[in-house]
Design a protein around this ligand. Structure first.
Ligand code: UN1
Length: 490
């Protein structure tokens, strides 16, 4: 895919690829925003109706298909993703802005997720309990929820859709999916892979468009559950709309994730990992490290090394092999983040790295933001509490480990955190005291694996967690079966 010929944007409805008639949707290359990646009309209200109807009509037969057959479709799609990882990873990098290595890695990660769920038919399908009554067993079986609305963000354009759509499908649900309108090309790639892997018509429907399409899915009376990843504001709105209709919602939202570095940490390792946590994917991960807490004894040394590394980071066109960090996704992201840096300065922060716009022609023409490290004084600062979703790291110093853990908890969010120490006692205290859904001991705050729960505490998420066995909680409901033989007295 070259960026000089925009890909025609298409929706998948009832097994047919069709063009949209609604408002123009256009994804651009954030390194050079005049270059259009994909373009076409948004899904209309009629498309939405047709997609939900197709999902409703196909769900019974899909749910009745053996799980191993459903899994076979996911496994075949995983093979397609692996084959296409080079090309689609490049498209991802062009459309979203993460580096080529991350783009290719993400397509492979999506394949891994499809494979994990593709093998679900080989795993435990329910539970059996003893009964207090003679001749009886109690079975807990799982059934699909029905038609699931899936709304996904820009920052993992193929991995997050995979980790919602794969469990939805393997447990026998059908899907109506709206991806972020900044990344339609990658959405079409994933939907095409599943379609050509043999998914029956109507089981997965892809609608591209803005918030009207998303709201239409969430509010549709025939949509039985909604799963969302994205901003806190939209997540809460979606969850309340779903609650008003009485259907379950799963919302993965914000993070303000801390890395805590204690005096005894291996500083080289910690600097390396904090760099990755803060600046990989240009800081655009809900799990990115956006707060850094240092104990006094190592703070100066750590910050010198970190600032030097941040200044040296190679920022540029993400498809160039040497690039270590690309642009942020859009003009509005660029404005939010640069305004956030200015606010931090006005609120007394000292800029230790970055913080200035690029002046060279190439980077000034795209949505590039320098990796930025700001140290806060004691005053309250928005950059400590509000998610900027970009390459900005706010630093505070703590007197000791206890104070550092308290600072890590000083957030309305509780998605992930990282703690750097070689002292097992401290590490175990961190496990007890830091209130997050994902805790990394001596590794960066980002990352997720398909077989273990992913999600946050506090205001980072609503509803059951994602991935692994946790996904089953959202994408199925249980039926408790009291089972006795049919013969009196037997
Ligand atoms: C990761 O840390 O690799 O939107 C995944 C996000 C998260 C996924 C993070 N839901 O950034």
């Amino acid at each position: 895919m070259t960026t000089d010929t925009p890909a025609p944007l298409q929706h998948l409805i009832a097994g047919q690829w069709i063009s949209g008639e609604g408002d123009r949707v256009r994804s651009v290359d954030p390194s050079r925003p005049q270059s259009v990646v994909a373009e076409g009309g948004a899904a209309s209200a009629d498309h939405l109706e047709a997609a939900v109807a197709a999902a409703g009509e196909s769900v019974r037969a899909w749910a009745a298909t053996p799980m191993s057959t459903r899994g076979g479709v996911l496994l075949a799609a995983a093979e397609i993703l692996d084959e296409k990882a080079g090309d689609w990873g490049r498209d991802l990098s062009v459309e979203e802005g993460k580096t080529l290595a991350e783009g290719v890695g993400e397509v492979r990660r999506a394949a891994q997720i499809l494979r994990y769920y593709g093998n679900e038919g080989d795993r435990q399908a329910g539970e059996i309990y003893a009964s207090p009554r003679v001749g009886e067993r109690i079975l807990v079986t799982r059934k699909p929820v029905g038609v699931v609305g899936v709304i996904t963000p820009f920052n993992f354009p193929i991995a997050i859709p995979a980790w919602k759509i794969a469990p939805a499908l393997i447990y026998g649900n059908s899907v109506v999916w709206k991806p972020a309108s900044t990344v339609p090309l990658l959405a079409m790639h994933l939907a095409r892979a599943l379609d050509s892997a043999g998914l029956p018509a109507g089981v997965l429907n892809l609608l591209i468009g803005g918030s009207a399409v998303g709201d239409g899915i969430v509010n549709h009376p025939d949509v039985d559950a909604v799963t969302f990843t994205g901003s806190t504001g939209i997540g809460r709105r979606i969850a309340s709309m779903a609650a008003a209709r009485g259907v379950p919602a799963q919302a993965e939202m914000g993070g303000k994730n801390a890395a805590v570095v204690l005096d005894d940490a291996d500083l080289d390792l910690a600097v390396e990992q904090v760099m990755l946590g803060a600046f990989r994917s240009t800081g655009q991960k809900c799990t990115a490290t956006s707060r850094l807490i240092l104990t006094e004894k190592i703070a100066d040394r750590f910050l010198d090394a970190l600032a030097e590394r941040a200044e040296a980071l190679v920022v540029g066109d993400p498809v160039h092999e040497a690039t270590e960090m690309g642009p942020v996704v859009s003009e509005s992201a660029y404005k939010t983040i640069t305004t956030g840096i200015e606010t931090a300065r006005a609120q007394g922060a000292t800029v230790l790295a970055g913080g200035q716009p690029y002046a060279d022609e190439v980077r000034a023409g795209g949505y590039f933001i320098a990796p930025t490290v700001v140290e806060l004084n004691g005053a309250p600062a928005d950059v400590w509490t509000e998610e900027l979703f970009g390459p900005v790291l706010a630093v505070r110093r703590a007197a000791d480990a206890e104070a550092a853990f308290d600072m890590a908890n000083d957030s309305e969010f509780g998605l992930s955190a990282a703690i750097f120490t070689q002292d097992l006692t401290r590490a175990l205290q961190a496990v007890e005291q830091i209130d997050v859904g994902v805790l990394h001991v001596n590794s960066e705050s980002a990352g997720a694996d398909p077989h273990v729960p992913f999600g946050g505490t506090k205001k980072s998420g609503l509803g059951p967690k994602e991935q692994g066995g946790a996904a089953r909680e959202f994408f199925t409901h249980t039926t408790t079966v009291y089972l006795r033989g049919g013969q009196a007295g037997a």
